[in-house]
Design a binder for this molecule. Structure first.
Ligand code: ADP
Length: 611
C-alpha cells in the first residue's frame, strides 16, 4: 500500500475513533444526567419516608401513652370496684356460664374459712355440697341431703327466687342468684340476721302485749263485775224508794238516780262483756230456750221507747224457723238487745222489724237460723259500714252525735255471734235505713234436742227444736206480704192492719218482694205498681213463675190512680185485682178476710204490733 493511502486510512480511522469517543461522551453525559435525576428523586423519597416514619413514631408514642393512661384508669376502676365489693359486709360471688366460680369477696368466702375447695374454678354445686357436708348450713327442718336436693332443683330449674339459709352460728343469709346477659351467675348473700332477730323480738313483744292486754281485760272485767253488784243495789233501792210516799221533786230525784244508775249499768255490762271476751273468759251456755219468747221479751222492753217515738216494732217469725233452740239464751238476748236497741235508737219514724227465718239445706232440713233487724232510721254511710263493728267506733256525724252509746254494742254482738259459730253483717243506706242480720248454725234434730234437754253437759252448738204440742195449732196466722216503697204508705198500711191477727211482711221494692215471697210463701200479696229496681208488674210475673203449677197466691195491685194501670195490664202481669190509693181500711180488711183459706186463723185481734 502506498503511503498516502495509508495516511488516508489512518485519518479515516482516527475520525471514526473520534466520532465514537464523541458518541460515548454524549452517552456518558446522558447517563450522568439520569443518575443525577435519580439521586435527586431518591433523596426526595427518603425525605418523605423519613417524615412519614417520624409521624408514625409520634403517633405510636401518643397511642402508647394513651394506652398506658387507659390501663392505669382501668386498673384503678377495677381496684375501686373490687375494694367496694370487698368492703360490703354481704357476700358477693360471680360464677361463669358453666356455674364455676370466677371471683368472690371476703364476706362470701368468710363462711368457708380455710376450705381450699372454694376457689376460682369451683363448681357452684360443689360449694353447696361442701356447705351441707361441713355443716356450714343448718338445713332444719330438712336433712342435709334434702336441702342439697332442693338447692340442686332450684339451680336446675333456674329458680332465681331468693332463699333464706340458716348457718351453723344462727346467722341468717338471704341468698339471691341472678343470671347476667352474658350468662354469668351473680350470687348475692345478704346477712339478714338482724332483721330475723328483730322479727323474732317483735313476735315475742306482740305475744307479751297480747297477754298484757288480756290481763288488762281481765282486770277490767273483774272491776266492772264488782261495780255492777253495788250499782244494782243503787238502782233497786231507787225503785223501792220510788214506790214510797214522795213529793213530786223527790220523785224526780229518785227517777234521775234510777235512770243514771241504769245508764251506768248498761255501760258497765258492755265493758264487762267486751273485756270478758277479750280476756277469753267468756263461756257460752248451752240449753234449750224459747227463741220466739226471747225476742218478744226484748221487744217488750224496748216498747216504751218505740212508743215514745211512735215507731212500729214488728216481728215476722216464719213457720220454717224453730221456736225453741239450744244455745245461750242470755247471750242471744244480749245480741238482740244491742241490735234491736240500736234500730229503735237510730230510727225517728217508720218501723223496726225483726225477721226470723229458718234456712234449709239441700235435703230441705232447717240447718241455719237467720235473724234480721231492719229499721227505717238514719242509716249508715258506706264508708262507715266496715268500722262500726270495731270497738269504741261510732259514726261521727251531725245525725249521730245526738245519740248516746259506748260504741261497744256491735263489737260485743259480733264477738258473741262469732262465738256461737255464726256470722253477722249489715246493709244500709244513709237516710233510708239499716238491716243488721246474723246467721247461726242449728246443730241437731228433734231427737238430739230431746236428748240434750236431759243432758247437763255443755255444748257450743245451737240445735233446732220444733214447737211443742202446746205454742202447735190446727190453724195458723195468715201471712200477708205488702210490697210498697214509700215509707209513709208502709206506715199507713201497718197502722190499718195492726188490729188484725196476721203476720205482716214488708218489702221496699219489687226485688225484695220476690225475695220475701220465696222466704215466707204468704197467703196474700199487696203489690204497689211503681217501685224502684223491679216494679210491681215484673215482681208479680216473677212470683207466678216461681209458683209454676203450685198453689196460686192472690196478688192485689196497689195503684196511685185507677188510670195508672188498667185491668188488662194488671191481669197480664198475673195479678188478680186492683186497689186504688189511698186504700181504705175497710177495703184492705175485706181483701184480707177474703183471702183466708182453710187452716188459717181468722184475722181478728192485734198481736204483731208491739210498738
Ligand atoms: P253504740 O253504743 O254507739 O250504739 P254500737 O257498737 O252498738 O255502739 O254501734 C256503733 C255505731 O254504729 C253507732 O254509734 C252508730 O253510729 C252505728 N249504728 C249501729 N246501729 C245502727 C242503726 N241501726 N242505724 C244507724 N246507725 C247504727
Amino acid at each position: 500500500m502506498k503511503f498516502a493511502e495509508k495516511l488516508t486510512e489512518e485519518r479515516r480511522r482516527r475520525l471514526a475513533a473520534e466520532r465514537l469517543l464523541q458518541a460515548q461522551s454524549a452517552e456518558l453525559v446522558a447517563v450522568q444526567r439520569k443518575l443525577t435525576q435519580s439521586t435527586r428523586a431518591l433523596h426526595r423519597e427518603i425525605a418523605e419516608t423519613r417524615a412519614q416514619w417520624e409521624t408514625i413514631r409520634t403517633e405510636n408514642a401518643r397511642v402508647r401513652s394513651d394506652l398506658s393512661v387507659a390501663n392505669r384508669k382501668f386498673a384503678l376502676t377495677k381496684q375501686r370496684l373490687w375494694q367496694s365489693i370487698e368492703t360490703i359486709t354481704d357476700g358477693f360471688a360471680l360464677f361463669g356460664p358453666d356455674n364455676r366460680l370466677i371471683m368472690a369477696n371476703r364476706a362470701y368466702l368468710s363462711i368457708f374459712e380455710d376450705l381450699e375447695l372454694v376457689r376460682p374454678g369451683a363448681h357452684c354445686m360443689a360449694i353447696l355440697e361442701l356447705m351441707a357436708e361441713e355443716g356450714i348450713v343448718n338445713p332444719t327442718p330438712l336433712t342435709a341431703a334434702e336441702w342439697l336436693q332442693m338447692m340442686n332443683e332450684r339451680l336446675d330449674k333456674q329458680d332465681m327466687s331468693p332463699v333464706t339459709l340458716r348457718l351453723w352460728n344462727d346467722e341468717f343469709i338471704r341468698s339471691t342468684f341472678q343470671r347476667s346477659h352474658s350468662g354469668d351467675l351473680v350470687n348475692l348473700a345478704l346477712n339478714i340476721t338482724r332483721s330475723v332477730h328483730h322479727a323474732r323480738e317483735l313476735k315475742e313483744a306482740r305475744v307479751q302485749a297480747e297477754s298484757a292486754s288480756r290481763a288488762k281485760s281481765a282486770f277490767l272485767a273483774n272491776m266492772s263485775h264488782e261495780i255492777r253488784t253495788p250499782m244494782n243495789g243503787v238502782v233497786g233501792m231507787a225503785q223501792v224508794l220510788a214506790e214510797t210516799a214522795l213529793d213530786a221533786e223527790q220523785q224526780e230525784h229518785v227517777r234521775t238516780i234510777k235512770r243514771s244508775g241504769e245508764a251506768l249499768l248498761v255501760l258497765i255490762s258492755d265493758v264487762l262483756d267486751y273485756s270478758r271476751s277479750e280476756a277469753l273468759k267468756l263461756e257460752l251456755r248451752s240449753e234449750p230456750f224459747n227463741l220466739r219468747r226471747t225476742i218478744e221479751d226484748v221487744m217488750m222492753l224496748l216498747r216504751p221507747l218505740a212508743r215514745e217515738k211512735n215507731l212500729q216494732l214488728l216481728m215476722d217469725y216464719h213457720d220454717n224457723a224453730p221456736i225453741e233452740i239450744v244455745g245461750d239464751p242470755w247471750r242471744m238476748r244480749q245480741v238482740l238487745t244491742n241490735l234491736i236497741g240500736n234500730a229503735v235508737k237510730f230510727t225517728k219514724a217508720g218501723h223496726v222489724r225483726v225477721d226470723v227465718t229458718g234456712l234449709a239445706n239441700e235435703t230441705g232440713a232447717c240447718h241455719r237460723l237467720r235473724i234480721s233487724i231492719e229499721d227505717t232510721g238514719i242509716g249508715i254511710a258506706a264508708q262507715d259500714l266496715e268500722r262500726i263493728f270495731d270497738e269504741f267506733e261510732q259514726v261521727d256525724n251531725a245525725r249521730n252525735r245526738q245519740f248516746d252509746g259506748t260504741g261497744l254494742g256491735l263489737a260485743i254482738s259480733r264477738q258473741m255471734v262469732t262465738l256461737m259459730g255464726g256470722t253477722i253483717n249489715v246493709s244500709s243506706r244513709e237516710g233510708v235505713g239499716s238491716c243488721f242480720a246474723f246467721e247461726l248454725p242449728l246443730g241437731g234434730t228433734q231427737d238430739s234436742v230431746a236428748h240434750r234437754e236431759q243432758d247437763t253437759g255443755h255444748s257450743d252448738t245451737t240445735a233446732c227444736r220444733q214447737p211443742d204440742p202446746l205454742p202447735d195449732k190446727t190453724e195458723r196466722r195468715m201471712q200477708v206480704l205488702i210490697a210498697e216503697d214509700n215509707k209513709t204508705n208502709q206506715l199507713i198500711f201497718c197502722k190499718m192492719v195492726k188490729d188484725l191477727d196476721i203476720d205482716l211482711t214488708l218489702a221496699g221494692d219489687g226485688q225484695e218482694a220476690v225475695a220475701r215471697y220465696r222466704e215466707t210463701r204468704p197467703d196474700l200479696v199487696f203489690m204497689d205498681i211503681s217501685m224502684p229496681r223491679v216494679d210491681g208488674r215484673d215482681a208479680a210475673r216473677a212470683i207466678r213463675e216461681i209458683e209454676g203449677n203450685g198453689p196460686r197466691v192472690p196478688i192485689i195491685a196497689l195503684t196511685a190512680h185507677a188510670t195508672d194501670c188498667d185491668d188488662a195490664a194488671i191481669r197480664a202481669a198475673g195479678m188478680d185485682r186492683m186497689l186504688t190509693k189511698p186504700v181504705q181500711k175497710a177495703d184492705l180488711v175485706d181483701a184480707i178476710a177474703a183471702a183466708r183459706s182453710a187452716g188459717i186463723q181468722a184475722p181478728a185481734s192485734a198481736v204483731q204490733d208491739v210498738g
